[in-house]
Design a protein around this ligand. Structure first.
Ligand code: CDP
Ligand code: CDP
Length: 235
């Protein structure tokens, strides 16, 4: 039963998970699993289908009838649902505002976590989300909990939207949206956003993407070295 290592990266919105995970995947030659994109794809489809976001039975059925694919494409991941490319469509504010309510539903989590575990069964991946270290891959070799102050996270999102030419909201509104989403994600009953007991917390205020990436690569290399040591379970 040999599987390749798994790195779990969790944390609140805007902590830098996606950006840093993309770099780590490239540098360490690991597969990149963006679990947030899967919750977003389901949310996109719910909104398209005109199903109410609190119609749990209808959403449960929608999840079981959906096929999500994550396809590496140069330095990003394309997201497909039932064959449609929704890579850009899942990043709209409408999806962002509704995703946490849908991600709190038991059938949604059960369905998507099963797919995530299936994708990761051979390891060799870095997975990013809210519950990777606590629920999806509790036996991950390295668990990172990325944080930053809500002010810094809101500022990052603001700059990102500005650069994309997609800024139609204020810094304060972005901040309130982040606070609301963090609350929903942290207080839901099933697999809430939480640091795993064995996760390493990295506070990223004032740190560049490169600094955070380098620190995680260092921790990974150090960890693998320890695992190869005589007497370790992998040895
Ligand atoms: O990138 P950002 O932090 O804005 O969000 P995301 O990682 O794309 O995740 C969007 C939403 O999906 C989160 O706010 C959670 O409600 C949900 N999610 C989750 O419940 N569990 C995960 N493992 C990943 C995301
Ligand atoms: O995935 P998550 O919501 O945790 O965050 P992200 O989408 O990776 O990062 C949000 C924004 O913050 C992006 O525009 C990143 O380029 C930026 N960022 C940063 O400026 N400094 C960091 N240390 C990490 C991310």
């Amino acid at each position: 039963n040999t599987r390749q290592p798994i790195v779990a990266i969790d944390g609140p919105a805007g902590a830098g998970k996606s950006t840093v995970t993309r770099h780590i995947a490239q540098l360490l030659n690991l597969m990149y699993l963006d679990t947030g994109a899967m919750y977003r794809a389901i949310t996109w489809k719910v909104l398209q289908s005109q199903i109410s976001v609190d119609d749990e039975p209808a959403i449960a059925q929608l999840v079981s009838g959906s096929r999500i694919e994550l396809i590496p494409d140069q330095d990003q991941i394309r997201v497909l649902i039932d064959g449609s490319d929704v890579t850009e469509a899942i990043r709209t504010q409408e999806v962002t505002r509704n995703v946490s309510a849908i991600a709190a539903q038991v059938a949604v989590r059960r369905g998507l976590v099963k797919q995530q575990q299936q994708l990761g069964r051979r390891g060799g991946l870095v997975a990013e989300g809210r519950d990777i270290g606590t629920h999806v891959f509790p036996d991950a070799e390295l668990k990172i909990f990325l944080t930053a102050s809500v002010e810094e996270r809101a500022k990052r999102r603001y700059l990102e939207l500005q650069q994309k030419g997609d800024l139609n909201t204020s810094l304060e509104e972005i901040k309130q949206d982040i606070i609301r989403r963090d609350e929903l994600d942290s207080n839901r009953t099933i697999a809430p956003l939480r640091k795993a007991v064995d996760a390493i917390e990295l506070s990223t205020d004032g740190l560049s993407i490169e600094q955070v990436t380098n620190e995680i690569v260092r921790l990974y290399t150090e960890h693998l070295k320890n695992d190869d040591a005589p007497g370790s379970s992998n040895g």
